[in-house]
Design a protein around this ligand. Sequence first.
Ligand SMILES: NC(=O)C1=CN([C@@H]2O[C@H](COP(=O)(O)OP(=O)(O)OC[C@H]3O[C@@H](n4cnc5c(N)ncnc54)[C@H](O)[C@@H]3O)[C@@H](O)[C@H]2O)C=CC1
Ligand SMILES: NCC(=O)COP(=O)(O)O
Length: 329
Amino acid sequence: MTQPHRVVITPGEPAGIGPDLVVQLAQLDWPVELVVCADRTLLTDRAAMLGLPLTLLPYDASLVPKPQKAGTLTLLPVALTTPVIPGVLNVLNGPYVVETLARACDGSTQGEFAALITGPVQKSIINDAGIAFTGHTEFFEARSHTDKVVMMLATEELRVALATTHLPLKAISDAITPDLLREVITILDNDLRTKFGLVEPHILVCGLNPHAGEGGHMGMEEIDTIIPVLEEMRAKGMNLSGPLPADTLFQPKYLDHADAVLAMYHDQGLPVLKYQGFGRAVNITLGLPFIRTSVDHGTALELAGQGKANVGSFITALNLAIKMIVNTK
Ligand SMILES: NC(=O)C1=CN([C@@H]2O[C@H](COP(=O)(O)OP(=O)(O)OC[C@H]3O[C@@H](n4cnc5c(N)ncnc54)[C@H](O)[C@@H]3O)[C@@H](O)[C@H]2O)C=CC1
Ligand SMILES: NCC(=O)COP(=O)(O)O
């Protein structure tokens, strides 16, 4: 990296472990400027609770970014609505969380930040505050006016992308349309090439039904939708295998020769990924006009403010974002 870049971080739900993790991140030297979009008192209170040093430097977009020194963070202030008790959700702070995401997303879309790294949000409390919200992925897609994005979680050894994200199970079959699959596979193939440096990515595509439909005896989505789209995309030069039964494809015999798995829905792919690498996996949004990575876990309210939260996934998410900045230069 020739000149340091500026990355923006949102700690997420203020009553969860996000602020603890951000304070922990600040204990290391970083080759980029870490601009944290959050409330000042939230961060200084949490640092005091954890007994960790923290100096907040003022954010000035007109200055050249500087590498972040251990013990410091650069603050882009957004005020809480009401003070926070760690572990106790407060609906009044729902709009605060969304404001931090909106500011970080807008700055990233406009090129102010080279990447956006998010801590975990409590999706329920944002909805309880009257703001329709299913996840960062969908929020950033809408806010940045992007047609379609793809959620992918990755460890060093395994990448799992999702055809659908935060949907109730009963809505999934209807959501798996030829257009959706075409868009998702195109984004996945493209971003594996451009952001991960893979020359001809090999993607394993899961079926939707048990045994990938058992030849139509356990569901028709494979025959009606998935197989025709895969044939079409293979004809365009993509290296796709499947549809494969999801219960047997997650074994070295298949994974050793693949660059990513495309699961049809959230709980088809993510339990395997999290069993394999919870705490060191990263959530990446593909298809956005900027780099966005995130932690692999939720708000863990019961651990907030206690110094028990593992910062591994957040560190990996930040390191991967830095690597992606370099790869996409
Ligand atoms: N990226 C995001 O914004 C995500 C947000 N969530 C949200 O988090 C909330 C809680 O979800 P849960 O299913 O309970 O998942 P969770 O990840 O918060 O907790 C699951 C288990 O893992 C532990 N855990 C999680 N992160 C940890 C860490 N860094 N260090 C040590 N232990 C950790 C928790 O203590 C708990 O036992 C939900 O509202 C959900 O929507 C969930 C996943 C991702
Ligand atoms: N299971 C992943 C998750 O819920 C995080 O989603 P997002 O908030 O990053 O869209």
